[in-house]
Design a protein. Structure first.
Length: 145
């Protein structure tokens, strides 16, 4: 077996530790994504924790004709700090995922606009993932005539 000098040993130790940290961080995000999403117990009277995590869904219209474009603003009133931020936003039409948006706290606030062209009524589901408080969800029925 070849001998490793001290410098090579320290390099291997640092790289291995960094890789382990990355795997553990990715594992914790995956574990949070697989949990049951939290929702507001009373949407009209949210706790401060709920108000900072439950996605706000603001469609330009709550009903429209088939094939018309619908602009939907999605915002999460959450702090944007390196140690505490929204990691990801997912958007679903009924049970079909139509978008996943990954956020970085250095440059992004948790807000986006999506443009949908539905052919039938559906439930819009938005989930966000906080790196500390886990997965949150909000739902809204959109009527299409």
């Amino acid at each position: 077996m070849a001998e490793m000098d001290r410098r090579d040993f320290v390099k291997a130790l640092v790289v291995g530790g960094a890789m382990l940290g990355t795997v553990q961080a990715a594992g914790s995000v995956l574990a949070q994504e697989q949990q049951q999403p939290k929702t507001a117990k009373d949407p009209n009277n949210m706790t401060p924790l709920e108000a900072h995590h439950v996605p706000k869904i603001e469609p330009a219209a709550e009903s429209l004709k088939a094939g018309e474009e619908l602009y939907v603003m999605i915002t999460i009133d959450h702090p944007v700090l390196p140690e505490h931020h929204i990691v990801q936003i997912e958007v679903f039409m009924d049970d079909k995922k139509i978008g996943t948006y990954t956020l970085t706290p250095e440059v992004m606030r948790a807000a986006l606009t999506v443009v949908l062209t539905p052919k039938k009524s559906f439930e819009l589901v938005v989930r966000d993932l906080c790196n500390i408080h886990g997965l949150w969800e909000n739902r809204m029925k959109i009527e299409v005539a």
